[in-house]
Design a protein around this ligand. Structure first.
Ligand SMILES: O=C(O)CCC(=O)C(=O)O
Ligand SMILES: [Fe+2]
Length: 387
């Protein structure tokens, strides 16, 4: 690693919205600048059976943690099987994603429009956000943590990303989409349990006490998305092409780590050190897990928050449900002392979890204005056009 020297490359501070618009290449550079020792030969997205991690034997849990550590330091991505999230909950949430997109009419979706939320919650039509400036071919429903969804019931301290009092999610009306909320609740509870379990394995993988992160996740951030990527109008060959229809532009995730469930149509592409895209295959009954920015910052770049994107190259629609697991939003993320060798300095400044996520989310809106402000701007434009 080449971190911590005075002549280390000056990295763009990830809290500015400019970074998000710098394009995939510059953005990737800021990720790779701290790990220039990695090549495509090291890049591996392994399948890790985590069932031994539920064992009462510490040795078994450590063996899984060691596999996680290897994946986090070579690609930042891995699949997990043996995760205990019931098949019916996984099938049901993907089915609800499909129902949301196709059974709600435009008026019902408009009532849930993200422009009504300062935090990007609700329904997002395809062109409302863009991560890297592409015209993204996707439609989304975003929702966040709420105590009713947390199997622990939470601790009563959950707040919005900016620390203000939480008003809750924008849910479709029960009569518009019967059973939707119940399916979301069952799935969300199961992945939240799994995320807390995995966080202990991440702690072990960093030679920290297993419960190191527990107190940071008593009212954690956990934004989830139902994503729909329609089949492309034209065939999408692999390889650079100006015709490429980007589903979701190149980006890294912002939080601790992401748990991604997908339908069987592939689409996730992960940037390799050479700058080529690795197409992630669909593995039935697995989740894809990836390191996100907080774990990268805690580990001073040892764990890779790798750039990825989505391109639907198939003939079928793709549905996916990423769950972005964060710590409590008032947690300050700074380099773990155990990740700084003698004489090394932190690459990144300490940041507050909620504030960082909100800045990065706002950067995906037009001119980085933020969700409500963009909404105001759009309606003003509409009014002007109507005059
Ligand atoms: O839809 C996918 O497969 C990935 C989505 C993703 O990377 C994201 O929402 O951050
Ligand atoms: Fe992502």
């Amino acid at each position: 690693m080449t971190t911590g020297t005075d002549d280390a490359p000056s990295l763009p501070d990830a809290t500015t919205h400019d970074e998000a618009h710098n394009g995939a290449a510059a953005y990737l550079q800021s990720r790779l600048a701290v790990r220039n020792d990695i090549t495509d030969a090291d890049f591996d997205v392994p399948v890790i059976d985590i069932s031994p991690s539920f064992s009462s034997s510490l040795e078994n849990r450590q063996a899984v943690a060691a596999q996680i550590q290897k994946a986090c330091t070579t690609s930042g991505f891995f699949y997990i099987t043996g995760h205990r999230v019931p098949e019916n909950a996984r099938k049901a949430i993907l089915r609800q994603a499909e129902r949301f997109m196709h059974e709600l009419n435009t008026g019902q979706k408009e009532e849930l429009h993200v422009k009504n939320s300062k935090f990007g919650l609700g329904w997002e039509p395809s062109d409302y956000t863009s991560i890297a400036g592409d015209q993204e071919q996707k439609e989304v429903f975003n929702f966040a943590y709420e105590e009713a969804l947390d199997p622990t019931g939470g601790d009563g301290l959950y707040r919005n990303l900016d620390g203000t009092k939480y008003k809750g999610n924008l849910w479709p009306k029960e009569q518009d989409l019967p059973g939707f909320y119940d399916a979301v609740k069952e799935y969300y509870g199961a992945v939240l349990d799994l995320a807390r379990h995995l966080f202990r394995l991440f702690a072990l993988s960093l030679n920290l006490p297993e419960t190191y992160f527990d107190s940071m996740t008593t009212h954690p951030g956990g934004i989830a998305r139902l994503l729909y990527y329609p089949p492309p109008k034209n065939p999408q060959p692999v390889g650079p092409s100006s015709e490429e229809q980007i589903g979701l532009g190149a980006h890294s995730d912002y939080e601790c780590f992401t748990l991604l469930l997908t339908s069987s149509t592939p689409g996730l592409e992960i940037l390799k050190p050479s700058g080529q895209w690795h197409i992630a295959t669909f593995i039935p009954d697995s989740f894809i897990v990836n390191v996100a920015d907080f774990l990268m910052r805690w580990t001073n770049g040892l764990y890779l928050s790798t750039v990825h994107r989505v391109v639907n190259r198939g003939t079928e629609a793709r549905y996916s449900v990423p769950f972005f697991f964060s710590v409590n939003y008032d947690t300050v993320i700074q380099t773990l002392p155990t990740c700084l060798k003698e004489g090394e300095k932190s690459v990144w400044k300490p940041i507050e979890a909620g504030e960082y996520i909100l800045e990065r989310l706002n950067a995906t809106t037009q001119y980085g204005l933020g969700f409500q402000e963009q909404g105001v701007e759009s309606s003003q434009q509409t009014r002007q056009l109507n005059q």
